[in-house]
Design a protein around this ligand. Structure first.
Ligand code: NAD
Ligand code: MG
Length: 389
């Protein structure tokens, strides 16, 4: 054994986002154990350049090809390889030189690079839940085939994963996914109809990217997480329960066949599941603020309001029906959330667009990867057409 352990080389796909920047915070603090090998960004070339100059990765990718020259020039005096465009994401995912791929791209765009990392047999620290929502069957099957471990970063799934360590032979009776309830907990449609972008972006417990913040406000995020959990932990829809826990201290729970329930707890801070996934199976010592039970005398739980937050119901339908339904749900939601963020549709219209698109797009029971791409395209086009875009 060498005296100094090799550093883990991390490829961060989506390094300029909320998850990506927090991952770099973790790497900066633990630069004796972790290093950034690849960084990618879609449009924010200024932050990507700044990150590249600080972390000197092997390669960077800027998605927006019009910014290639700017990035190339800024990094001209370094050895950092610079790539641009969507295809380049798959090219760098094919590199041998990294150990862990952190999938921190938002949305369907994360699917292709993730599959490439899986095929390379890399450890996947998975934040990009949409990948599993869209094509969980193919991703998990390929992860088995290529022996690519998938370690969840989503806090709920990280909690469940942590509860399952050491329990490999013990079947799960059910999981209990906790939901904060988002900024509009307790509100009714007559309030939600007037909700605006700025208000919906304010999450009480977490600071996140725009898309997932809106998903949290509509509860679509919890619906996507139910589907994500199905694939990660091989569960039936009946084994997945959602409970609203506004304090976000219990990050989720597993109930075993003897009725015993394990929970993973802590203050809400995404850096913890991020560093857990990058360090796994080691836990990395840190100085994050610790949870104090005496400061939280009341941890509360309640049933979600399925009547008001209908996205949760639509997700459960998609989860139960399977096939390309979750892919349709995801595509329509991505487009509708984008339109809401542009102030083009109202808050409640998001659900209406998703529902209509789910009714319209032809069902495929066992889609191929190409069929998932086709479904995604058709669902986006239809959703855009009903919003007259
Ligand atoms: P974000 O919007 O803050 O960042 C997204 C990143 O992806 C950016 O670096 C951006 O450049 C890149 N990107 C955007 N569109 C792209 C495209 N078309 N092609 C390539 N790259 C693209 O998002 P986020 O909040 O960091 O979330 C990232 C993923 O992690 C999402 O799937 C989200 O659901 C999941 N997640 C986030 C949190 C959180 O706290 N932010 C928690 C759990 C799960
Ligand atoms: Mg989550």
């Amino acid at each position: 054994m060498p005296e100094i352990a090799q550093k883990k080389r991390i490829a961060i796909f989506g390094s300029t986002g909320s998850i990506g920047t927090q991952a770099l915070d973790v790497i900066r603090t633990h630069n004796d154990m972790l290093e950034a090998e690849i960084l990618t960004a879609q449009t924010n070339h200024e932050l990507l350049i700044k990150q590249a100059l600080e972390f000197t990765p092997n390669a960077v990718v800027i998605g927006d090809e019009t910014k290639f020259e700017l990035v190339k020039e800024a990094l001209a005096l370094t050895n950092i390889k610079v790539f641009a465009g969507e295809k380049a994401l798959e090219e760098v995912a094919d590199f041998d030189t990294y150990d862990v791929m952190l999938t921190a791209i938002v949305g369907f765009a994360g699917l292709r690079p993730t599959l490439k990392g899986v095929k390379k047999g890399k450890v996947i620290a998975l934040a990009n839940k949409e990948t599993l929502v869209v094509a969980g069957d193919i991703v998990m099957q390929q992860a088995m085939q290529y022996q690519s471990p998938i370690i969840p970063v989503d806090s709920e799934h990280s909690a469940i994963f942590q509860c399952l360590v050491g329990e490999a032979r013990n079947p799960i009776e059910k999981i209990i996914l906790t939901a904060s309830g988002g900024p509009f907990l307790g509100k009714k449609p007559n309030f939600l109809v007037n909700v605006k972008r700025e208000h919906a972006l304010q999450h009480p417990n977490w600071s996140m990217g725009a898309k997932i913040s809106i998903d949290s406000a509509t509860l679509m995020n919890k619906g996507l997480e139910m589907i994500e959990a199905k694939w990660l932990f091989n569960l039936t829809p009946e084994q997945i329960e959602v409970i609203v826990h506004p304090q976000s201290i219990i990050h989720s729970m597993v109930q075993f066949e003897d009725g015993s329930i394990k929970a993973q707890m802590g203050l809400p801070d995404m850096k913890l599941p991020i560093q857990y996934a990058m360090g796994f199976p080691e836990r990395i010592k840190n100085d994050f603020p610790r949870f104090n039970f005496k400061k939280y005398p009341n941890l509360t739980f309640e049933e979600p309001d399925y009547k008001t937050f209908r996205n949760l119901d639509l997700s459960i339908q998609a989860l139960k029906i399977g096939g390309n339904k979750p892919c349709v749900l995801n595509a329509a939601n991505e487009i509708a959330v984008w339109a809401f963020l542009q102030n083009r549709i109202g808050f409640l219209d998001i659900t209406a667009v998703v529902e209509k698109t789910m009714d319209k797009i032809p069902f495929i029971e066992n889609p191929t990867l190409d069929e998932y791409f086709e479904t995604d395209g058709e669902a986006r086009t239809f959703a855009a057409s009903i919003m007259k875009m």
